[in-house]
Design a protein around this ligand. Sequence first.
Ligand code: FAS
Ligand code: PHB
Length: 389
Amino acid sequence: MRTQVCIIGGGPSGLLLSQLLDRAGIASVVLERQTHDHVLSRIRAGVLEYGSVAMLEQAGVADRVHVEGLPHSGTFLALQNTGFRIDFDALIGKGVMVYGQTEVTHDLYDARDAAGGTVIHRVEGTRPHDLDTASPYVTYALDGAEHRIDCDFVAGCDGFHGPSRQAIPKDVLTEYERVYPFGWLGVLSETPPVSHELIYANHPRGFALASMRNPQLSRYYIQAPVDDPLDRWTDDAFWDELRRRLPHDAAEALVTGPSIEKSIAPLRSYVADPMRWGRLFLVGDAAHIVPPTGAKGLNLAISDVHYLFEALKLHYAQGDDSGIDGYSRTALARVWNAIRFSWWFTTTMHRFPEQTPFDQAIQDAELRHLQTSVSAQRNLAENYVGLPF
Ligand code: FAS
Ligand code: PHB
């Protein structure tokens, strides 16, 4: 088989890139390790930056976002059970859209199917080859048969554990990493959200987040030891701990119910540089990971797709490789802004095991400054809703 762009990974970044390329008349094939249903079973991100919504509009997959998505013009922060609001709209005239990654992926799959796009599921042993030549190719196995796809470019949209980043020579790649000494215990429940906007709570017992997916589906998180056995956290234990950490009015209003999903996710910051090697381009989690505190993971993947799509369009339409040659530098500049914000928000809102009374006093001062300073609130708002591409 031959195509112009071979995309490894059928998550949000791979599917979005394929959809955009298709609408620009550029052929692509998506290779996905899991089944269609497995990809759609993942419960992950919940907040879309305004730039991400614009990208979904550009891809022709934003109809449902504008019907079922929840536009948010602000968020709440809380310090020791007392909340205060950051008004994005008043501060910077922009907001975010609450719409689950699962739904984004659904919409992208529907669009690819409608366009007759090629997404090959259940592939095994996917590997890119000859990336430092003008004729790269990708091999994979499906149902025991070996296959090869010749292409012009390979997009590594295969997440943190995929093969693409591994294909970059170790002496070329620089890796930056910070692993946080805690995880997020997340619960999904068919209950009405406790607040019409998100609540990020800093508490002496640990961080908590009240989020949602729709008016009947709530998403909550509490900071927990990343190696905590999940069976330690009964639903009652989770709800009791969440109440202790939320602002008092939210704790009293909390509607609890059985969890329909419960999991603990580790937190890390990670960046791989460069994001391009020869004809290979790393996109999304294949190149970087952020702690979910700033709601940046999915949004960064979408901004990488924006830069790579524009670069490939320029190459095929005008034979101009300035976008391709500048992809890594341009994408990484925005990645590091999000890495910094996510790191700052994580260190400000969580309890660290070795935290001293001085560290605690600094967190309190940071949050009190946010509560009273318009410039501090504006800085948080412009980072949270998303910096321009
Ligand atoms: P993805 O990991 O989504 O997709 C990569 C795809 O490549 C997968 O479908 C995988 O099956 C496939 N693949 C892997 N290896 C392959 C191979 N060898 N061959 C073929 N295919 C292969 N972000 C937020 O903003 N907010 C959150 O709350 C949040 N919560 C998260 C919770 C968890 C548990 C995790 C893991 C991530 C979370 N994220 C969150 C980040 C997440 O949303 C990612 O940023 C987002 O999925 C990135 O999209 P992709 O880059 O497409 O990678
Ligand atoms: C979510 O709803 O899953 C969510 C929202 C905001 C975050 C992280 C996760 O910062």
